[in-house]
Design a binder for this molecule. Structure first.
Ligand code: BGC
Length: 385
């Protein structure tokens, strides 16, 4: 049975009622050592992977704002993409009496030991955006539909190159995927490949470097410099004296930034289709000036709102499901996957939000007009979540 702050509060008041109500009260064992005092804090621990990608500070800020408004104390920590740092900081949050942990893991497999401690202490755990493997402690997972992210990226390539009507034409493609210690990387890749595989198998899309599997295409920590060096190496080895690739599938915006830097360095200007994810400010600017083709927008505000609602429900000892979504009446799409995601120890039920494809034609209608971003007089777009 998980420790829930509210259950503890109820238990405390129930005991008080019992002591004063004149019912049969068990004699107090005089010599019994006093129970160690367990302070009931209102501390929520929020653990993020890094500050390298713009989104994590944004997400942490919004989560913190929600919890503080709800009267909770909050501790936010970043992990410099180091699983050991993340594990240590979670351990200290537990020692400080955290009643809830919201975690975006650096490495989905590396936290089972510290999560076991959370489990022993009945501290509820919500996997935020990134999944957590190998622990019974994980209560829920809230994220975007990551396969849909990959499908949107791939569909942009299909549409822009006109692959459905290729009529004997061939196009070149290079593939990048995210860090495989993050399940999202696999899901985004899977979604993209569900759209691209047929075109690659039939030869409409050709991959000069031959890199196709998640292992061959992965960029450690989704890092921009690693992506730039990798594409630079591919361009020198396989594109010498040839046109730039027709498309570079990039799983997120930091990888896209690296890819664009390598393309610029080699070709100056280019008309390669470059995909992304996150709508980082630098990348929105690149989309506006035509150096990146698209990104996938996943509102942090909506994700943090869903996570907060979920946490409150869990702390109230409820078992949130689709009814929570109905009751919340959000103006964004979210669905409940009750079968859950198998983390090797249990099926973790999930709440998944719907991502949106952004290109130069819909930046204004999807981001500015819907209040997710502002555009200044010079046309620069700034996210305002
Ligand atoms: C997130 C992406 C992010 C990537 C790198 C993924 O887990 O879903 O939004 O770009 O990690 O931080």
């Amino acid at each position: 049975m998980k420790y829930r702050m509210i259950s503890i509060l109820c238990a405390v008041s129930a005991a008080a009622v019992c002591a004063c109500s004149g019912g049969e009260i068990e004699p107090i064992e005089e010599n019994r050592p006093p129970e160690p005092e367990r302070s009931v804090t209102r501390l929520v621990g929020i653990s993020m992977p890094n500050r390298a990608q713009e989104r994590w500070e944004r997400d942490a800020g919004l989560l913190e704002e929600n919890f503080r408004k709800g009267g909770f104390d909050v501790k936010v920590e970043y992990s410099s993409d180091d699983p050991a740092i993340q594990s240590e900081s979670l351990r200290s949050m537990i020692d400080e009496g955290a009643i809830m942990l919201v975690i975006s893991a650096v490495d989905m497999d590396s936290l089972s030991e510290v999560l076991d401690i959370a489990d022993e202490k009945d501290i509820p755990v919500v996997a935020y955006d990134r999944f957590l493997m190998g622990s019974d402690a994980v209560d829920y997972y809230v994220s975007y539909d990551n396969e849909a992210v990959g499908r949107l990226q791939a569909q942009c390539i299909v549409d822009k190159l006109g692959l459905e009507d290729a009529e004997g034409r061939h196009f070149t493609l290079e593939i990048f995927s995210g860090d495989i210690s993050d399940l999202n990387a696999e899901s985004v890749y899977k979604g993209a490949m569900s759209v691209l595989d047929n075109y690659i198998d039939s030869g409409v899309l050709q991959i000069p470097s031959g890199r196709r599997s998640p292992e061959d295409t992965m960029i450690k920590n989704w890092d921009a410099d690693t992506a730039r060096n990798s594409l630079q190496g591919i361009l020198s080895a396989y594109y010498e004296g040839k046109d730039a690739p027709d498309a570079v599938l990039c799983p997120n915006d930091t990888v896209a930034s690296g890819a664009v830097a390598a393309l610029e360095n080699t070709y100056g200007s280019f008309d390669t289709i470059v995909t992304g994810q996150d709508a980082d400010e630098e990348n929105l600017a690149m989309i506006k000036d035509g150096r990146q083709t698209m990104t996938v927008y996943k509102s942090s505000r909506n994700e943090a709102a869903a996570a907060y609602e979920l946490c409150i429900s869990v702390l109230n000892d409820q078992k949130p499901d689709e009814k929570m979504i109905e009751a919340a009446g959000w103006d964004f799409e979210c669905y409940y996957n009750g079968e859950g995601y198998d983390n090797g120890r249990k099926d973790v039920p999930a709440f998944l939000l719907r991502p949106v494809s952004i290109n130069s034609d819909n930046i204004e209608s999807e981001l500015v007009e819907k209040g997710h971003a502002e555009m200044d007089d010079s046309g620069n777009v700034r996210t305002v979540e």
